[in-house]
Design a protein around this ligand. Structure first.
Ligand code: 3H9
Length: 691
């Protein structure tokens, strides 16, 4: 088997691409395809050509790993497409699995496209901060019209072959064997002349369509480069000859590809996949089968967690200590599903199916047959220890015992059981049925099998699982605590909360630290600070934020926190808070100073980076990329910045260190070491600079 096999079937030459796992357009693929076209050209008996993918898919696109190679070493997708479009004999793309990005562009340059009905076709380049760069922006509008093409290119979401057939993007749906159907189709169209070429068609699209798209991306892709390029190019497809649009596409593609935004998004693409790989855990690590789930606690977290498993079709038993709490929990889950149904995203039947999988109980002993039990009660070590002691006596041998703790020591929780190897932390983020992140906390004695099973389970419920070690707050919350401290200090120094938030909004975060605090509830942080001081025998904390909470301003839930909230739930500065702040500064002898947005953004982001470096040093996270994945999926850090660690790499670690020092912070030893050596976190992930 070579990278592109040539097999004659009668008068049809079949070119099969064999580049597992997803037939990306890697080095060797264009050469193999050119050789196939050469053969078809030279052999008079060959009347048509079929291009098909070997293995699980057609072509998943250009090879993203080659994006940073010098141009002469990159596979020449555009060159191949030019030849394919001009080819004198009919060519047929036979599509199964996915035809994505450059894969769909190859198909669009073929004379015809046939597909199995569950194949998916799309141009997802925008998700990588680029645009379809091999004719997609020019050909797709010529087939499906500018409006639909924009919908596909701006969302990046693929459509099913059945829909594509309705749009004229697929010429025939093949029932049964794809290759047989494709060869038959190629034979039937062998003599079609003139050959229909998409590049010779005109594209439909009115100025209103482009105006609406430009308005739309202000909300969906704020601050991003590629989406506006896509709109400009789709518009070109409707107004200029093909060649002009094709040339413009090439230069805008290069501009987008070489931007920090694309580097950030590509970094996250690979980091997300890398996060699933755990040092010392082979692919053959035995996993246990999880068919039933027990959840302790039917509050906001417990209910949200339950929904993930119900959505995946798994039966869930949920436990509470009192009937009214259980009833309330179930009613909330039902209400959430019914709201989804009202929006048309689920049928009433789906709602009932999910609710039918849910069994409420007041007796923890009913969890005796569950394959995994997740404790989701409030953050109190004594309560959790009591539950795990009981579970140890109830759960069947081999069951996984998980805690949804967001800060507590999972080793200590495990220590009350006689099976610490079965205990793990599964830290869901609120709202647990929505947020994609799952921190998987590996305790000292957690077994490899329990870890591997938990990772697989995360995938099953469509979460991005990231393994972290035990420490206060694990990765995400530990870093956010440092960040919140820094934000409070900026305000103490003289910044207005709204200016600090605006600095982070400017970086692309939907919420700054104070908007986020108001949303989460200021009383939570207050309680933690009070508790920690009490445990440490320190005086009662009395910072400006504590004083705000003591005024009953707990955040959005009381319509008043750091900001006021009206009907529109938009934060508005409050005069009483402003006064409280100036009184506080005066009392502390602080002369308020102007804090610029640049300083605020740097101090906040770099406080995350500095703590992240310590986390890496301590081995709490395996890779800087894992930290980035956590921040993007759990805390709304903009994906196009690649996460805080990648952002620091982009700024240059030397500059990050200099700024931290200028703001009076001590750079973490790892950060300093990498900066001194001219290194990056990405390099460190690959082993550079590790002892
Ligand atoms: C493009 O085409 C630009 C052109 O318009 C213009 C050029 C001039 N390249 O996701 P999975 C790897 S831009 C390299 O776990 P799944 C992936 O890293 C491209 N590698 O499997 C992983 O590796 P590993 C437009 C790629 O079944 C392995 O394949 N296309 C690529 O859950 C399995 O991936 C896209 O954006 C690639 N293009 O999902 C498609 N794709 O095993 C991006 C995958 O070492 N890909 N890999 O961790 C996807 O959306 C999903 O991977 C896919 C499969 C749906 C295909």
């Amino acid at each position: 088997m070579s990278i592109v096999d040539q097999i004659r079937q009668g008068n049809v030459l079949v070119l099969t691409i064999n580049n597992p796992p997803v037939n990306a357009f890697s080095p060797g693929v264009p050469e193999g395809l050119h050789a196939g076209l050469d053969a078809a050209e030279q052999d008079q008996a060959i009347k048509s050509v079929v291009i098909i993918g070997g293995g699980r898919t057609f072509i998943a696109g250009a090879d993203i790993k080659t994006f940073d190679l010098p141009r002469e070493q990159s596979p020449d997708l555009r060159g191949f497409i030019v030849r394919l479009d001009a080819f004198a004999k009919p060519t047929v793309a036979a599509i199964h699995g996915t035809a994505l990005g450059g894969g769909l562009e190859v198909a669009l340059a073929c004379t015809y496209r046939v597909a199995v009905k569950d194949a998916m076709l799309g141009l997802p380049e925008v998700k990588l901060g680029v645009l379809p760069g091999a004719g997609g922006t020019q050909r797709l509008p010529r087939v499906v019209g500018a409006q639909k093409a924009l919908e596909m290119m701006l969302s990046g979401n693929p459509i099913k072959a059945s829909e594509a057939a309705g749009l004229g993007l697929v010429d025939e749906i093949v029932d049964g064997d794809l290759l047989t159907g494709a060869v038959k189709f190629a034979e039937a169209h062998a003599d079609a002349r003139p050959l229909p070429r998409i590049s010779e068609k005109t594209a439909e699209g009115s100025p209103e369509v482009f105006a609406a798209a430009r308005e739309g991306i202000k909300k969906t892709h704020r601050g991003q480069l590629a989406p506006s390029f896509i709109i400009d190019l789709a518009e070109k497809a409707t107004t200029t000859p093909f060649q002009e649009g094709w040339d413009a596409e090439a230069s805008l593609f290069m501009q987008a590809k070489d931007s920090p935004q694309s580097r950030g998004l590509r970094h996250i693409f690979f980091a997300e996949r890398e996060a699933g790989k755990i040092a010392g855990l082979g692919k053959d690590t035995p996993q246990s089968e999880i068919k039933s789930v027990g959840i302790i606690g039917a509050g906001t977290m417990g209910g949200g967690i339950a929904m993930n498993f119900l959505n995946a079709g798994m039966p869930v038993m949920i436990v509470e200590t009192a009937q009214d709490a259980l009833d309330r929990g179930l009613a909330t889950i039902r209400k959430n599903y019914e709201n989804t149904a009202k929006k048309g995203r689920m049928t009433q039947d789906d709602v009932e199916k999910r609710m039918g999988l849910l069994t409420p109980t007041l007796d923890m002993a009913d969890l005796k047959d569950a394959d995994i039990i997740i404790e989701a009660v409030f953050e109190n070590m004594d309560v959790k220890k009591d539950i795990f002691t009981k579970l140890d006596g109830i759960a069947k041998p081999g069951a996984i015992l998980a805690s949804n703790t967001s800060t507590l020591d999972v080793n200590e929780i495990a220590s009350v059981t006689k099976r610490p190897e079965s205990v793990i932390g599964l830290h869901f983020f609120s709202p647990a049925n929505v947020m994609k992140l799952l921190e998987i906390v590996r305790a000292d004695k957690t077994s490899a099998s329990v870890l591997a099973t938990s990772m697989a389970l995360a995938k099953k419920i469509k979460k991005v699982g990231v393994v972290v070690g035990v420490c206060d707050g694990f990765v995400g919350n530990r870093m956010i605590h440092r960040y919140s401290d820094e934000a409070r200090q900026l305000v103490e120094a003289g910044a207005a909360p709204q200016d600090v938030d605006a600095a982070m909004n400017g970086l692309g975060l939907p919420m700054g630290p104070f908007q986020m605090g108001d949303m989460a509830g200021l009383d939570i942080g207050y309680a933690i600070r009070q508790h920690q001081a009490k445990v440490a025998g320190k005086p009662k904390p009395d910072g400006w934020l504590d004083r705000i909470v003591e005024k009953g301003r707990k955040g959005q839930k009381t319509a008043a926190g750091i900001y006021d909230y009206g009907e529109d739930r938009k934060p508005k500065p409050n005069a009483e808070v402003t006064q409280l702040l100036s009184n506080y500064r005066a009392e502390q002898g602080i002369t308020p100073r102007e804090v610029g947005q640049e300083e605020a953004a740097k101090r906040l982001t770099y406080s995350l980076v500095n703590e992240g470096a310590k986390i890496l040093e301590e081995g709490i996270a395996q890779r800087a990329g894992d930290i980035d994945v956590i921040y993007i999926y759990g805390y709304g850090f903009p994906a196009y910045r690649g996460g805080p660690m990648q952002y620091a790499d982009e700024q240059g670690l030397k500059n990050v260190v200099a700024d931290l020092e200028q703001y009076g912070q001590t750079p973490a030893p790892l950060l300093k070491q990498l900066a001194d050596a001219g290194g990056t976190f990405a390099g460190w992930d690959k082993g550079a600079g590790r002892g």
